[in-house]
Design a protein around this ligand. Structure first.
Ligand code: PEP
Length: 250
């Protein structure tokens, strides 16, 4: 299975800066086509320029969130239909910032996941424990709950088409990376849950690691047997650093 290296730009970079980013990034990754899958997830206003800048390149474009309804009176929200219409192929759902800052629940994330699949968008669903939960020894329990309530309810067939991202909240944007062993342990737990649900097909599901991935630590994280790619925040804002991580994933 090819690694997926995905960049989450969060609320950073301007729509007007996308073409310059692509110009710098693309020459460094052109030869990775077919070896590693690449994805950038810009903010909503930067999606259209990103679709344009990465057309006919090895880089796919995804959104960082979407609303679960198709349309309607939801001021300030963006629907999956709008993403699809723009030519966006992927969407991140249930990022820890959505869960913990904006109060998104497992049930809401599941509703978004169902909608994304219905529209043919490729979803990446994030799970991960808080520092307090890890310190209380609750990591497995949290991952089991998030898996059961925000992922498994989609049914086996669609679960097989879902990408999972393990992002321990204490490692996001903090500079603290999970050690490769700690990350592998959590990824194994998630793989086991996938196996319980869909049997051997679980082997084909990508589980990305996210949490302060940088060019310096990417290779050893990606060498773990159950880590199938990375979801990169801060380091994806720099096209050179993101290209170095992409190369580590190849
Ligand atoms: C993220 O937000 O998905 C993330 C992993 O951020 P960072 O790489 O900055 O820790």
């Amino acid at each position: 299975m090819k690694n997926l290296i995905a960049g989450n730009w969060k609320m950073n970079l301007l729509p007007g800066g996308v073409a310059g980013y692509a110009e710098r990034f693309l020459p460094q990754v052109r030869d990775l086509a077919g070896v590693v899958d690449l994805l950038v997830c810009p903010n909503f206003p930067a999606l259209a320029p990103a679709v344009e800048a990465f057309r006919n390149t090895p880089v796919a474009v995804g959104a960082q969130n979407m609303h679960q309804e198709l349309s309607g009176a939801h001021t300030g929200e963006v629907s999956g239909t709008m993403l699809h219409d723009l030519g966006v192929g992927w969407v991140i759902l249930g990022h820890s910032e959505r869960r913990h800052i904006y109060g998104e629940t497992d049930a809401l994330i599941l509703a978004k996941l169902k909608r994304a699949h219905e529209l043919g968008l490729r979803p990446i669903v994030c799970v991960g424990e808080l520092l307090e939960e890890r310190e209380r020894g609750e990591t497995e329990q949290v991952l089991r709950r998030q898996f059961a309530e925000s992922l498994a309810g989609v049914g086996s067939e669609l679960l097989e088409k879902t990408t999972v991202a393990y992002e321990p909240v204490w490692a996001i944007g903090t500079g603290k990376t999970a050690t490769p062993e700690t990350a592998q342990e959590a990824h194994r737990l998630l793989r086991n849950q996938l196996e319980e649900k869909i049997g051997t097909a679980a082997k084909g599901i990508r589980i990305l690691y996210g949490g302060s991935v940088k060019p310096e630590n990417a290779a050893e994280l990606l060498a773990q047997p159950d880590i199938n790619g990375a979801l990169v925040g801060g380091a994806s804002l720099d096209p050179d650093a993101f290209a170095a991580i992409a190369r580590a994933g190849a």
